[in-house]
Design a protein around this ligand. Structure first.
Ligand SMILES: Nc1ncnc2c1ncn2[C@@H]1O[C@H](COP(=O)(O)OP(=O)(O)OP(=O)(O)O)[C@@H](O)[C@H]1O
Ligand SMILES: [Mg+2]
Length: 502
């Protein structure tokens, strides 16, 4: 069958990198085609080329049998190509409906025809099983809902091809299931989907074919019926990847973090953290398992000084830190890997060097009296780039111009390398490739073996299970149980996470 889309020999350069180096890609009508590859391999770039955001220096695009040049996103949209970006582009204070119709509002005279808009959106949402609350404001809905809004937005504009750039990175397992059902429904109605992901089990589950990219080049396209996660992993990184974590028995030291009866509210002033008590010793990893939205984000914000508790106390090495500011807590040698890298972890318009000392620039050796010690800062950045394999032409590149996974690696590198006594890691491997996950897991285990205390929050049960020494399960803001990781199974955790107590 003639593909609906072919991209041939696409080359796109940025200063110092060839992001796409003669890439070939084709899409069949009605298929789900996964695009996989390491961080910085060029996946987002290729899709940005297709969406008209970037102009390739070389190569041809043929769409529905016609060769064409896509100069800008508005043209791509007219052609029937829609894109849901790695970082959503919704307007927070506007409603779901307002966001969906933004830029293509139905009019009545010179006014926006609100009723028609609501009706259209309602019809679309029913037709494709994308259930949303049309009048809710974006800032008040979950990430999973926001994603549905993004998908509806592309459908509203008449998309036949929908590009999803790492759609599952920010979703809970339940939301992933729902998304997959939606995607199946879309292809049943003739839509074609390009799906970028780092999760090979997702590729195997949902995709018809997968194209693997590495360092700007296409390595190959395979049918998922004829491949395996191991083969895909090898195509991605060019070597065998250990999909398991190896670790020694924990050697516990003294208590580093003690949380006593901590409660707290969310932004809407509802209590979401309920009398939480826990403790972590040096050399120990405590994992927090829970369905997202059960208070873990707020608990972490309380522990890092970003949110005030309504009651309870927090001690770090026996010193009370309740109520200290985020800066003061960081200065007590607490490393923090936040779940939202754009909001809290990085300044996108700062260089890698600057981001690598964010929040710690006043420390030795980066500060020399009142001045910055530039040569030390440069050395530090180069070390991190090398050690954490941050794919970049050099340390002066702005964080904005790095691939998603490489942005994440800067934060992890910075926070692990400041010699913390306590590391609070929230979704540390979100958006990073399997090779990098292997590496980050090793670094976290190494930090533990050096006697650091680690608090790990992750939506990936497998990550919690393979890294933690003990696992605390949070449900509706309460720690319902703390179990030894050796006795934990996915089933047992799953039940506790659903609120079933034994
Ligand atoms: N606007 C830009 N300016 C400069 N360099 C860029 C720009 N966009 C991407 N790059 C570079 O192009 C390369 C490919 O990046 P791209 O974002 O396509 O990777 P990716 O495969 O999507 O990775 P990830 O899985 O981490 O999201 C990277 O080296 C990146 O730093
Ligand atoms: Mg990307």
């Amino acid at each position: 069958m003639q593909p609906i889309l072919t991209m041939e020999n696409i080359t796109k350069r940025f200063p110092g990198v060839i992001a796409n180096d003669g890439v070939n890609f084709d899409l069949q009508a009605g298929e789900i085609h996964a695009l996989v590859g390491e961080n910085g391999a060029g996946k987002s770039t290729l899709m940005n080329v297709l969406f008209g955001l970037y102009q390739p220096e070389e190569g041809k695009i043929a769409y529905k049998g016609e060769e064409l040049i896509i100069n800008e996103p508005t043209q791509a949209i007219k052609l029937g190509i829609g894109m849901v970006h790695q970082h959503f582009k919704l307007v927070q204070p506007l409603t779901v409906t307002e966001n969906i119709i933004l830029g293509s509002e139905p009019t009545l005279g010179i006014k926006i025809n609100k009723e028609k808009a609501l009706k259209d959106v309602d019809e679309l949402s029913k037709k494709y099983g994308l259930i949303i609350d049309p009048k809710a404001k974006i800032e008040n809905i979950t990430v999973g809902m926001q994603q549905r809004v993004e998908i509806l937005k592309t459908l509203y504009r008449g998309a036949d091809i929908i590009i999803l750039d790492e759609p599952t990175a920010v979703l809970t397992p339940q939301e992933v299931k729902e998304l997959f059902a939606i995607l199946k429904g879309l292809t049943d109605q003739g839509k074609s989907i390009i799906f970028i992901t780092h999760k090979l089990n997702e590729v195997m589950e949902i995709a018809d074919r997968a194209t693997v990219m590495r360092r700007g080049k296409t390595i190959g396209t395979v049918s998922t019926k004829e491949t395996s996660p191991t083969q895909l992993a090898e195509m991605m990184v060019g070597r065998q990847v250990l999909l398991r974590v190896e670790k020694q028995e924990a050697k516990l030291g003294k208590e580093v973090l003690k949380v006593e009866g901590v409660s707290g509210n969310d932004d809407r002033n509802l209590q979401v953290v309920d009398n939480v008590s826990l403790s972590i010793r040096a050399g120990e990893i405590l994992g927090i398992a829970g369905v997202e939205g059960n208070g873990q984000s707020e608990l972490i914000e309380i522990l890092t000084g970003l949110r005030k508790p309504t009651s309870g106390d927090i001690y770090l090495n026996d010193k009370k830190i309740t109520g200290l500011t985020a800066r003061e807590i960081k200065n007590s040698h607490v490393g923090y890997i936040p779940e939202d890298r754009h909001k809290r972890g990085l300044i996108l318009d700062f260089s890698i060097s600057e981001n690598a000392i964010l929040g710690i620039h006043q420390r030795k050796p980066f500060a020399k009296g009142m001045q910055l010690n530039l040569s030390e800062i440069k050395k530090h950045a180069d070390n991190l780039i090398e050690k954490y394999d941050i794919r970049t032409p050099n340390r002066e590149v702005h964080a904005r111009n790095l691939s998603g996974g490489n942005q994440q690696k800067i934060i992890i590198a910075r926070e692990l390398e400041i010699d913390p006594v306590l590391i609070i890691a929230s979704q540390p491997t979100r958006g990073v490739d399997i090779g990098a996950i292997e590496f980050i897991h090793k670094q976290i285990i190494e930090a533990r073996d050096e006697g650091k205390a680690v608090l790990l929050v992750s939506a990936e049960l497998q990550e919690i299970l393979s890294l933690s020494d003990r696992i605390a399960v949070i449900y509706e803001g309460e720690i319902v149980d703390i179990i030894d990781a050796k006795e934990a199974t996915e089933e047992k955790l799953g039940l506790l996470m659903a609120g079933v107590r034994n």
